[in-house]
Design a protein around this ligand. Sequence first.
Ligand SMILES: [Zn+2]
Length: 186
Amino acid sequence: MNTASTTRHRRGKLPLVVALSLALVMAPVLLPSALAYTHHGARWQGTNISWAEGGGDFSGNVGSALGPAASSWNPNTDVTLTKSTVASLTAVTYYSATDGLNGKAQWTTSNGYFTGCYASVNRSNVASWAVNKIRAVWTHEFGHCLGLGHTTSIAIMTGSGTNVQYDAYGIYTPQTDDRNGINARY
Ligand SMILES: [Zn+2]
């Protein structure tokens, strides 16, 4: 019994030591979560970025969602996306019943700068969705075409393979973490 009591006493002094250790251990853990956004290595030269509608079928909600998705990167960020007739950043649609993707982004670079990027949505998966949900897909792919990778935050750039950001959290537009990622890059 005395041994147990002594042990408790010792433990009574431990929290200070434990608290200090935790602070040290948690510091490197907390920093990345505050900077959850990632970059994939490329960016555009300059911050006025033109985009254009490329090939594909833009009928219905897929087309309605596109313009608002591109513009949703403009508020509170250092970039300004403007629609043009021809641009190196191009929105396209495709149809694949087998690739399992809602959308994708494909780009080319030179010296760390984009020379071109396609933001694509897969009509096979998304054409029947509500406009806000398709807008989330366009916005996500545009995010890749601005240089963002996936984030562990609940944001528009939350990793692929899940619809969680729009289905579970109602996120259709860039969030603080997404905007921080843009502003750290431009
Ligand atoms: Zn993605």
